[in-house]
Design a protein around this ligand. Structure first.
Ligand code: HEC
Length: 162
C-alpha cells in the first residue's frame, strides 16, 4: 500500500470504531469472520505472504510475473492486517480456542499499529520494484520486509510449543 492509502485505512478504522461505539456496524469489514475463523484467516493469509517472501528473498530474476504477484500477496496483508485484530480476538476471546496473538497487542495498540506501518512501508518499497529486473534490489527489499514481520512477531506472537 502507498503511504496515502495506509492513512485512509487508519481513518477508516477510526471511523469504524466510532460507529461501532454508536452501535452502528460499518459495512467495511462486515464480511470478516469472527472467533477461531478469524484466527485461521490471519494464519492462512500470513502463511501465503510468508511463502511469497521466501521466493523473493532468493529471487534470481527468472520470473517477473511471479515476483510481482508475490509482492502483491504480501501487500494485500498490509492492507488488512490491522482490521484482523479487533479487540476481543486475542486469548480468551469469544469463540477463540487457540491463538498465538498475545494480549499485549491490545495493551500496546499504538506500537502494534507502528509495527504494521513499518511492514506497510517496507512492502510498498518491495511492490514498487518487484516486477523489475534488479533481482539483488528485490532480494534486499524482501529481506527488509522480513525484518518487519519478525519485529512484530518478536513482541506480539506467541511461539508455537507443539
Ligand atoms: C503487526 C504485526 C505483524 C506483522 C507485521 C506480521 N505478523 Fe504474522 N502474525 C502476527 C500475529 C499477532 C500472529 C498470531 C495470530 C494468531 O495466532 O491469532 C501472526 C501469525 C503469523 C503466522 C502463523 C503462524 C502461527 O502459528 O502463529 C505466520 C506464518 C505469519 N504470521 C507470517 C508473517 C509474515 C511472513 C509476515 C510478513 C510478510 C507477517 N507475519 C507480518 C503479527 C504480525
Amino acid at each position: 500500500m502507498t503511504r496515502e492509502r495506509f492513512g485512509w485505512v487508519l481513518v477508516g478504522l477510526i471511523v469504524g470504531i466510532a460507529l461501532a461505539m454508536l452501535g452502528i456496524t460499518p459495512s467495511v469489514g462486515a464480511d470478516l469472520p469472527a472467533g477461531q475463523a478469524l484466527v485461521d484467516l490471519r494464519h492462512d493469509t500470513m502463511k501465503t505472504a510468508g511463502g511469497a517472501l521466501q521466493f523473493l528473498v532468493k529471487y534470481d530474476g527468472s520470473d517477473r510475473a511471479k515476483a510481482e504477484a508475490g509482492a502483491k500477496a504480501i501487500d494485500d496483508v498490509t492492507a488488512a492486517i490491522l482490521t484482523w485484530f479487533p479487540e476481543g480476538s486475542g486469548p480468551g476471546g469469544a469463540g477463540i480456542e487457540k491463538t498465538h496473538a498475545k494480549a499485549d497487542i491490545w495493551a500496546n495498540w499504538a506500537d502494534f499499529t507502528a509495527k504494521a506501518k513499518a511492514f506497510d512501508d517496507a512492502s510498498a518499497e518491495l511492490t514498487s520494484i518487484a516486477g523489475g529486473p534488479d533481482s539483488a534490489a528485490i532480494q534486499a527489499a524482501a529481506m527488509k520486509v522480513g525484518g518487519t514481520c519478525k519485529a512484530c512477531h518478536d513482541l506480539y506472537r506467541e511461539k508455537d510449543e507443539d
